[in-house]
Design a protein around this ligand. Sequence first.
Ligand SMILES: Cc1ncc(C[n+]2csc(CCOP(=O)(O)OP(=O)(O)O)c2C)c(N)n1
Length: 186
Amino acid sequence: MTRLEALQRIYPQLEQRIVVTIMGAVAAELQSIGHRPNFFYLQHAMGLASSMGLGIALSKPDRQVVVLDGDGSILMNLGGLTTLARYRPKNLVHVVFDNESLLSVGGFPTATSTGSDLAGIAAAAGVPRTGTVTTLDEFAGAFDAALGAGDLTTLVAKVEARGPSGYVTDLSLLENRFQFQRYLRS
Ligand SMILES: Cc1ncc(C[n+]2csc(CCOP(=O)(O)OP(=O)(O)O)c2C)c(N)n1
């Protein structure tokens, strides 16, 4: 499964939800499908998309939040999983696209390429619903289930280490920030 295919598959379910992604390839791929004011692409602060999603989920308990994370990013902020689990927002679905590499900066292998199990780490941190999927259909089913579960989920999707040719888009961080802020307040 490629991450782009996975994103295309769940895109209709993202349209009405609050979405926070990491920077780089994921952000560019989601934007290539179609940017929306409810999508925020967290630039620079690697590893903190799930922390930002946690804050939004806690402050907006009546809305569902989807975080689109990466293996390299979450590995930089493993403590974030323990904080997610401690606050256990029932309205947060945390997707980790695990391509076993830092694709956006040249593809260096991460610890998941040598066996580290992010769903296992999330479960051990106390996240109540965790899982790993490897096919598009499994991913779509598990994502649906997570949206309907009413509890915090970390879903690890094993994806190919393939991405777009470039990661720079014409949406600047500031423009995205103000648009997203207005959306959250509206
Ligand atoms: C603190 C910090 N260190 C390094 C970077 C540079 N950087 C940007 S994206 C990235 C790789 C992200 O890897 P991953 O989360 O696995 O996503 P992928 O690029 O594979 O989609 C790195 C190292 C950064 N932005 N911030």
